[in-house]
Design a protein around this ligand. Sequence first.
Ligand SMILES: C[S@@+](CC[C@H](N)C(=O)[O-])C[C@H]1O[C@@H](n2cnc3c(N)ncnc32)[C@H](O)[C@@H]1O
Length: 680
Amino acid sequence: MKEVKQQMTQIMEELTAAEIGHQEEGANAVASSSSPTEEPILAETTASEVKETESSEKNTVERHWDFSNRKVIVHNVMKFMKNKETAKMVTSWMKAAQEKYPDKTIDFEKFRKPPQDSFVVITMKEESMCPLLIQYINENKLKNKRGYELVAKPGAEESNDNKKRGAADDTEHTSAPTSKRQRIIDESTSAARRPVTEEEVQNKVTPLWQLSADEQKSKKMTNMIKGCAMKIVANVKKRFRELDRDKKRQTVQLYAWLKGDRSVFVENIVSAPTPLRNKCEFNFGYRYQFDDENKEDAEPTKIPAVGFMVTGWAGGVSRPHVCQNIPTEVCQLVDLVDTFLATSPLPPYDVKDHVGFWRVMTLRTSRRTRECMVIIQHTPPSGGVGDESSYAGYFEAEQVRLVSVLTAAELQVPNDEPIKVTCVFFQEFGGVSHPPPEHPVQHVFGKKTLTERLGQCHFQISPGAFFQVNTEGAEILYQMVVDRVKEVTPSAKDMLLFDVCCGTGTIGLTCLKEGAVGRVVGVDISEPAIKDAKVNAVANGFTVRKDESNEGDSTPKSWDVAFVAARAEQVLSKEIGKAKEENLQFVAVVDPAREGLHNEVLRTLRANRRIKRIVYVSCNPTGSLVQDATLLCQPASKKYPGNAFRITSASPVDMFPLTDHCEMVMTFDRLSEKELEISS
Ligand SMILES: C[S@@+](CC[C@H](N)C(=O)[O-])C[C@H]1O[C@@H](n2cnc3c(N)ncnc32)[C@H](O)[C@@H]1O
């Protein structure tokens, strides 16, 4: 504790307000097309160009990809679209997204559309606009002219692979366009190819693998203090200054809690006892074997395989065995699938040219319940996007053969009985990028869910439902939430918990089981997760509220839990309204995805005075948590009414040892009228 306080003081001294302010994105390196005959490869068009002259077909060639946090990539757009046509399409998305989120500003700065590729990269004016555009495109299931669904993703997510492809890609893109199949052949025989080293795999998957546990903790602590806690304080103070400048408003004095040096004290980080993941995702592709690595123009042998694609398609697939966060039973399954692929007539899917069959393998394992779920994603047997091949003749036989390989396996686990595969799903996906979580799966073997034990509860998990990826870490995280909820409980039975973004109901049900609250209302956008949550409630001994759509249901009137499958921003206010009819106190736990909470959810939480405490579990503490915390703590406004909150605890939990990620449990307590009083 002392150590952390010293660290905090030191950082406070080092850091000026300017340093923790918003960092502007670096300028893009853009070079003009050198030759008029050269095929313009990466056309970039700014929003002002679109607005000023729609007819402008100005193309420039960008030497380097720039995938910063303000970028959105939309896959499955038509190839060879004219610049004017692309501009029209992008502008129409902005307009529609703006209509959907009228209280936000959504606009883009520029876009790039490589003519022969089926994606467009859009640079938004601000980072916060990206999730809104992504949400609009993905949720509305926009389609291209051929009827393929568009898939929008944050540019940052695709940055690493593409950045690492770097120079090789530039060369390839600036040469004359070649046919898809020719390019595959060229690639596979490229003399420039080299084997990806084990160190590169570790650097990509577990970037902190060379640091000791203490060094990792110290690095993450600094990030949580500088990149999260201090940023929030700086942002809230900035809001006060802005209000001060706004003459129309009454001046609001800085709240007392923001005045000290240590407005937010960050507790010492607690780490998961093991880095092992319970969910691993691998790509199908080729492993390149070099018989003579020393030979300059050595040509590799292509071996179909499943594993990590750490340097993009060109680098091939690498074995995950060197990564310390991948359990041994998972590596054994990877080996088995590699052996299967060696004799499979169906090729791995080429993520670059969108041909081939086997795409992604997802494994979920539980060492506690000894279960293992396998999900195999593949292109439609009739061929994927732009793929003229047909795999239908082989698919059924190969499916049967793979299932029998998987289910015959006895996966050895240290000091325990072997684990067997308990369920297998296939997932047909014809899009270019990743399917959304609700994309259907086809059950082909065994159980339909995986069961995991956490604390005193057990949970069933469907293929499309979210579940924390580090079981032991999740137990620590949830206990922390239970403790924070218990702190405000005068009498647990009178306390109702709103579990916002509840997934399979884990947090709410754990709080109920631990006697921290008397009732839970959980909301999650994912239907499979909510179905699981309802089953989990009953399996753990609780009564589920009668579903209003299910008239004649014999569920008793008194209930312990209600789980609602909907967007939190659409139903939270209504659910709070219903709960107000009963004489209960409220506490909220929010655990959103990386984009953070929708503004409507933040507004609802602020406006409802009965919510005195919010426990915020964040997987993006230096990003969306900073924004959301600022909105909860800034002075009341028309848009965000209700007494502000203050941060009363900030506890980092390292759920992802060896990686840069860290989870934060932050407690927000509502300021009383007295605490809001103007003080000088
Ligand atoms: C980080 S997970 C947390 C799940 C759960 N609390 C747990 O610990 O397992 C985030 C959850 O937010 C859900 N989600 C995403 N957007 C949402 C929205 N707009 N409304 C409600 N839930 C949402 C996802 O389906 C996912 O289950």
